[in-house]
Design a protein around this ligand. Structure first.
Ligand SMILES: *Cc1c(COP(=O)(O)O)cnc(C)c1O
Length: 493
């Protein structure tokens, strides 16, 4: 371990740097009599003693947080191969545009005639997403993918209620993202899991069988699925569902695999959410903000969120004239800054650029697949689209698990891939490079993964003890889960 590392390990919390009387900034003396807090703040909100805040200087604060920021790994630093997450580079032009004063300083309550530009932008983004998906209309309100799922499922529920039907069941394949069943339950449905086929795809026969009950409201399916495999039976599934009066909900978070190449609207999809913070590059992670617009087919247009943005001649309006709407799912315009970034990205790439983006993502995933096929096991060997799911079964004999491989990758300077997901692959290592990275970075990643596979063969304990070069090494995960320490508390003298 280098000295640098041990120094970093002593970084501690800002509270631990506190020294009585040390201050960051001196306020000038008051020129007016001090206000009596008892007269301005409700008694119940007044504290008896000052909070235990750290007493530190400005330079203490700047250095502490600057050092911490250097521990971070981001998509601006290197490959971020989290599968099912599409961690792509966010071009700086998006940030420039989102910071334009005319956009960033709008007030959401300004009257329509003062925000024509913002409404035009939202209208244009809706048109772009309609063009990409082939769907009838789009609501831009939902704040994330999971929020979009909930929104789409609420529209389906309302459409069923409108027909006087009480269908309760939503079918979800076992390869689904965990948010799918959660959203269906939140929307008031009951989830029935459908086991995937040996190829890892949707089991059409099982769906058909469950449809006979007449109580199925919808099928929720990710396309391509979380194995990065296209669902070849999706059109047939849509037809079967529609014949039985059920809806097809598509989780579109993996849209990066086929933008400009295929349209869910032509597959018979009734609703899908799009993760702007994945496919369309807006920043992602750290809890958001994101944006999960929902695109719908004609059958669900009456239930769209209000307001919708409508265009009359050259004027844009916010329309609430939608009597069957599910209402609002988010205040004001949704996460408007994300909408700006997504449109900037779409406009800067254009139709051909978007197609190239998807092709690049698929090419990169397959380049990694080829590069690592000899060293890591593939449970599902069907063609990969934008991501590839290896597992740790070749390494298992040495007692090395996917988590050890992921930890060792940190020593090689890479963010690990998604682990242990999808659940149908034991010991999964799910890699999605996206189109952002060039061949040099992909080669370096493949070389690191190959070097780790060699280490597992030659000295597995080395891998099991990783990481060695990070500020914090292995955590006691069980203790962290059972006895979490989430708050700093002053040691009483
Ligand atoms: C990311 C993702 C989601 C959820 O999106 P959030 O924006 O994180 O809520 C849902 N499904 C799939 C397949 C995803 O990859």
């Amino acid at each position: 371990m280098s000295d640098k590392t041990s120094l970093r390990q002593r970084e501690g919390l800002i509270f631990e740097r506190s020294s009585p009387g040390r201050v960051g900034y001196q306020l000038p003396p008051l020129e007016v009599p001090p206000a009596d807090p008892a007269k301005t703040i409700p008694a119940g909100l007044l504290r008896g003693e000052i909070a235990d805040l750290p007493e530190v200087s400005e330079v203490d604060v700047v250095r502490h947080f600057t050092r911490l920021s250097k521990w971070n790994y981001s998509v601006d630093e290197g490959l971020y191969p989290l599968g099912s997450c599409t961690m792509k580079y966010n071009p700086r032009i998006n940030e420039e545009v989102a910071r334009l004063a005319g956009l960033a300083q709008l007030h959401p309550l300004q009257p329509e005639d003062q925000v024509q530009g913002a409404l035009a932008l939202m209208w244009e983004l809706e048109q772009a997403l309609i063009a990409v998906t082939g769907m009838a209309r789009v609501t831009l309100q939902p704040a994330a993918g999971a929020h979009g799922e909930l929104t789409g499922m609420l529209m389906i529920r309302k459409a069923l209620a409108d027909r006087g039907e009480k269908r309760r069941v939503v079918l979800i394949p076992d390869s689904a993202h965990g948010t799918n069943p959660a959203s269906a339950v939140f929307a008031g449905f009951e989830v029935v899991e459908i086991a995937s086929t040996a190829e890892g795809t949707l089991d059409l026969a099982a769906v058909g069988k469950r449809l006979e009950g007449g109580d199925v409201a919808a099928l929720m399916v990710t396309v391509p699925n979380t194995l990065g495999v296209f669902e070849p039976e999706i059109v047939k599934a849509a037809r079967m569902l529609h014949e039985r009066g059920a809806f097809l909900y598509m989780d579109g978070a993996n849209l990066n695999a086929f933008v400009g190449i295929a349209q869910p609207g032509k597959m018979g999809v009734d609703a899908l959410h799009i993760n702007l913070h994945k496919t369309f590059s807006t920043p992602h992670g750290g809890g958001g903000p994101g944006a999960g617009p929902v695109a719908v087919s004609d059958s669900l247009v009456p239930y769209l969120c209000v307001p919708t943005v409508e265009k009359a001649g050259s004027r844009f309006t916010l329309s609430y004239d939608r009597p069957k709407s599910i209402g609002k799912v988010r205040g004001f315009y949704g996460n408007f800054g994300m909408l700006v970034r997504a449109l900037a990205y779409i406009r800067s790439l254009g139709r051909d650029g978007l197609k190239l983006m998807a092709e690049g993502a698929v090419l990169n995933a397959n380049y990694i697949r080829k590069g690592l096929e000899a060293d890591y096991h593939l449970q599902y060997t069907g063609p990969s689209l934008h991501e590839v799911v290896f597992d740790d079964s070749l390494q298992a004999a040495s007692g090395v698990k996917n988590v050890d491989i992921a930890k060792r990758l940190l020593d090689y300077g890479f963010h690990p891939p998604t682990m242990s997901f999808p659940l149908i692959v034991h010991g999964a290592l799910m890699i999605e490079p996206t189109e952002s990275d060039g061949i040099d970075e992909l080669d370096a990643f493949i070389a690191a993964m190959k070097a780790i596979a060699r280490e597992v063969r030659e000295s597995p304990d080395l891998v099991k003890g990783a990481p060695y070069g990070t500020p914090v090494r292995r955590l006691d995960e069980v203790r962290a889960a059972r006895q979490p320490v989430l708050r700093w508390q002053a040691r009483k003298a």
